[in-house]
Design a protein around this ligand. Structure first.
Ligand code: GDP
Length: 312
């Protein structure tokens, strides 16, 4: 069994490749819930949704969020009434949030709700929240303290980031499924997907016990989301600059030192391999831009092969 840690866009792409390469009982995908928030009275879990939709083959590849072929009647009606329109909710996507909210209100855990929705969407691999307890990523910026979605969506990541908090993480427990995966004697290793290290992976590692358990696991491979000094999508490079870190695969490697043994860097960054190795990590060079299903599966198989060759 392999454990994958994932955020939204970059995480979902590699997680989908792993789901093509591995059987359902060979993979657990633990997803960041630090981005979760309540909006219009609904419980929204953006990264869980992106991973579920991507595995179900219904994700919108252009936006990186929401479903393909959406209609927008709800948003149009809401705007007409003067309701908040900064967070786009397509009609189909809305159904996910309504159903999640209904089930959570009836006492089901986020793990159970996610499992039920996955089943209905035809997702057979385990997609699990990092925790059933609320953890909220808060971004401290030059425009003040912003809840994650306010920073990310409403303010389009424009404010300058000073520091990031994973609020309530100290009191959170890993979900039972994540704990079980970490304690499973049959765990073949952990793949840290090419998600934003600070906004998507750090909240997972901030859940007490997770960082330590992964640090103890000899076989951990992380894929760099930074290629040639830039993020493929999203604010990772801008954020690194604002935090005083040069955006590069080497700095991603430095961030994961003590957690991962192998860092997968893109072929475009092959010249950085010695600098990664100088950190005491193994650098593996692969084509890491995932344009289609074949790219995702190839990178996933490469990561699985690296796990089997890494440490012990
Ligand atoms: P978010 O929660 O929706 O922001 O999603 P993630 O944190 O999972 O993904 C964002 C990160 O994915 C960004 O830093 C991107 O650079 C990275 N990313 C997106 N697509 C790819 C890809 O095809 N290859 C690699 N290596 N990174 C990618």
């Amino acid at each position: 069994m392999i454990l994958a840690l994932a955020g939204g866009v970059g995480g979902a792409k590699l997680a989908a490749g792993m789901a093509r390469a591995l059987l359902p009982d060979e993979l657990v995908i633990a997803v960041n819930t630090g981005d979760d928030f309540e909006h219009l009275g609904l419980q929204v879990s953006p990264d869980l949704d992106t991973v579920m939709y991507t595995l179900a083959g219904i994700a919108n590849p252009q936006t990186g969020w929401g479903q393909a072929g959406e209609t927008w009647s709800f948003m149009q009606a809401l705007e007409r009434l003067g309701g908040p329109a900064w967070f786009q909710l397509g009609d189909r996507d809305l159904a996910t949030h309504v159903e999640r909210t209904r089930r959570l209100a009836s006492g089901e855990s986020l793990t159970a709700v996610t499992r039920a929705i996955c089943e209905r969407l035809g997702v057979r691999h385990a997609v699990v929240p990092m925790s059933d307890d609320p953890v909220r990523t808060v971004v401290h910026t030059d425009k003040g303290e912003l809840e994650f979605q306010h920073y990310f969506v409403r303010e389009r990541c424009e404010p300058r980031v000073e520091r990031i908090d994973y609020r309530h993480s100290a009191a959170a427990r890993p979900s039972a499924a994540l704990s079980a995966a970490l304690a499973n004697p049959a765990l073949r290793g952990v793949v840290i997907c090419p998600s934003n290290p600070y906004l998507s992976i750090a909240p997972i590692l901030a859940v007490p016990g997770v960082r330590e358990a992964i640090g103890r696991c000899a076989r951990v491979v992380a894929v760099s989301p930074i290629i040639a000094g830039e993020a493929v999508k999203g604010p990772a490079a801008k954020l690194m600059r604002e935090l005083g870190v040069e955006p590069s695969a080497v700095e991603v490697a430095r961030y994961y030192r003590g957690i991962a043994r192998t860092i997968v860097i893109d072929r475009a960054d092959a010249a950085l391999a010695p600098a990664v190795e100088a950190l005491g990590l193994h650098a593996a060079i692969e084509d890491t831009v995932m344009r289609d299903d074949a790219d995702r599966e190839r990178l996933a198989r490469a990561c699985v092969a690296l796990l089997d060759r890494t440490g012990m």
